[in-house]
Design a protein around this ligand. Structure first.
Ligand code: FPP
Length: 243
């Protein structure tokens, strides 16, 4: 019975319009740990474990780009120990998962000001991106030291240097953002029941559908990802028109 239900769900998802690009704010690691009397960093460790099945499921369903908010420009304000653990988890994640992600056809790329990350994190990212550069099934886009305001300012300032203060068009600004070449997200998922954008992809989310999940990120699984996609498929997107 369960199998039949999941087959029907699978058919329904594949028959509907799939979001090309899903962006996720992976929130709730700290609360997950605190609820269990554990250190917040153990929530992050569990959060990294939760990420892999989501990446695999998104690739399997046929999503083209999955962008995950792993570390924001504001996250540097957290205690230095927590920041160090997060950076260490990134290096561990890349070392342990890149080969399998490559086998799954996943190309790893980043958005954010990577040059300000600790050197080991930068080196791991460079290695993982080079390793997976030829993969075409799905892009896993890691937002690291990412803030949308910072991204927009970097883009505008680069534009000014390269174009002698000429006026910018929407297309030109898009092509100077870290997401250049990627479609805008169709669906934004935020876990842990918070209704905020938190300086994530402010330009690119202009017409995204938003799905708030009450599940804390470490418990977020493929079932919840499919629920979010089904909710997206039930929406009527009008892009500001009357549709
Ligand atoms: C928000 O939870 C989560 C973060 C600030 C970091 C998200 C990072 C991961 C899921 C793992 C890192 C990913 C990689 C690829 C290494 P929170 O700590 O704000 O939770 P809270 O709101 O419950 O305190």
């Amino acid at each position: 019975m369960q199998d039949r239900a999941s087959n029907l769900e699978e058919e329904a998802i594949l028959a509907g319009d799939l979001p090309r690009h899903i962006a996720i704010i992976m929130d709730g690691n700290g609360r997950w740990a605190q609820q269990r009397g554990l250190d917040r960093t153990l929530g992050h460790r569990q959060g990294v474990k939760a990420l892999k099945p989501i990446v695999k499921e998104a690739a399997r369903i046929g999503i083209e780009v999955l962008t995950v908010y792993a570390f924001s420009t504001e996250n540097w304000r957290r205690p230095s120990h927590e920041v160090e653990v997060l950076m260490g988890l990134l290096v561990e994640f890349l070392a342990s998962e890149t080969a399998e992600l490559k086998d799954e056809g996943v190309r790893i790329r980043t958005i954010g000001d990577i040059a300000r990350l600790p050197l080991p994190a930068q080196q791991s990212l460079l290695w993982a991106q080079t390793e997976t550069a030829a993969q075409t099934r799905m892009i896993l886009n890691l937002a690291l030291n990412y803030g949308a305001r910072d991204e927009i300012l970097r883009a505008v300032n680069r534009w000014r240097t390269e174009n002698q203060d000429e006026a910018l068009s929407e297309e030109q600004l898009s092509s100077y953002l870290d997401t250049a070449g990627l479609p805008d997200p169709d669906l934004l998922i935020r876990s842990s029941g918070e209704f905020r954008i938190s300086n994530f992809l402010l330009w690119q989310l202009a017409y995204a559908e938003i799905y708030i999940s009450n599940i804390l990120w470490p418990d977020f699984d493929a079932v919840e990802l499919r629920r979010a996609i089904r909710a997206y498929q039930a929406r009527h997107r009008r892009f500001g028109g009357l549709g």
